[in-house]
Design a binder for this molecule. Structure first.
Ligand code: ZN
Length: 151
């Protein structure tokens, strides 16, 4: 995914966060950005039971990073640059609302586990994991996305 950020976020910021969650960088390259100081292209592998989407065929035996591994890495990037913007998450506020602050502090949550099983909960409107406290607020994320395009 593409991350546009200030110079407060370096490749070292990202690789440190990735190591901290037990994941690996499959791709970490720096690029120019019209929106911010620079951009990174980041692909992770990790401890999911799933293969990466559209993964590099050479990566053969590697597994995707889990939602929690990605979440903690993204939170660490937003902690270093609250104005960062990236694929899927237009702002730190949108990410926090979508993940319901699960990744505060940029660390793996206590109840992190392999792959969540998200199910829609009509009462709350959230998608909640059937096995842990993880939840996704798609309404909040879609609202933030629409506000970005309207701006
Ligand atoms: Zn779960």
């Amino acid at each position: 995914m593409r991350i546009h950020c200030s110079n407060n976020v370096t490749s070292s910021t990202i690789s440190t966060a990735v190591r901290a969650v037990g994941a690996w960088t499959e791709t970490l390259t720096e690029h120019g950005s019209r929106k911010r100081d620079h951009a990174f292209e980041l692909k992770l592998t990790g401890t999911s039971n799933r293969r990466p989407n559209g993964g590099n065929r050479g990566a053969g035996d590697d597994y995707a990073a889990t939602w929690d591994q990605w979440g903690a890495v993204i939170a660490a990037i937003f902690a270093a640059d609250p104005e960062a913007t990236m694929t899927y998450y237009p702002s730190a506020a949108a990410f926090d609302a979508f993940t319901r602050y699960r990744f505060d502090g940029g660390i793996l949550p206590d109840d992190a586990h392999g792959d969540h099983t998200f199910r829609h909960d009509p009462a709350s409107g959230l998608h909640k994991c059937t096995k842990c406290s993880a939840a996704q607020d798609w309404q909040a994320l879609n609202g933030a996305e629409q506000a970005r395009w309207a701006a």
